[in-house]
Design a binder for this molecule. Structure first.
Ligand SMILES: [Zn+2]
Length: 86
């Protein structure tokens, strides 16, 4: 990917090449090939999880419980629920 860099001091403009990081060869063949080589090396070196990560959220605190209770009661408070909460 070609970017233009302008020096704020001198006003000079230069073109710099930056890898786009695409992983699909249909988007950028050279970056896809580089990323594939990187992933291959990472797999060979064991850069992978042994188990699936399972997100275990914290139990809701008191404030979250009150907000959830208030949200659950909103439909019962008429046509303008915001008026009831303010
Ligand atoms: Zn690229």
């Amino acid at each position: 990917m070609q970017l233009r860099r302008t020096s704020l001091d001198t006003g000079d403009v230069e073109q710099v090449m930056v890898p786009c990081g695409a992983t699909l060869a249909s988007i950028c063949p050279s970056c896809a090939e580089r990323n594939k080589a990187l992933r291959t090396a990472q797999c060979r070196e064991g850069w992978h999880l042994e188990d699936e990560p399972i997100a275990d959220p914290e139990p809701p605190d008191e404030c979250q419980r009150q907000l959830a209770a208030k949200l659950a009661d909103l439909p019962a408070e008429g046509d303008n629920p915001l008026a009831a909460t303010l």
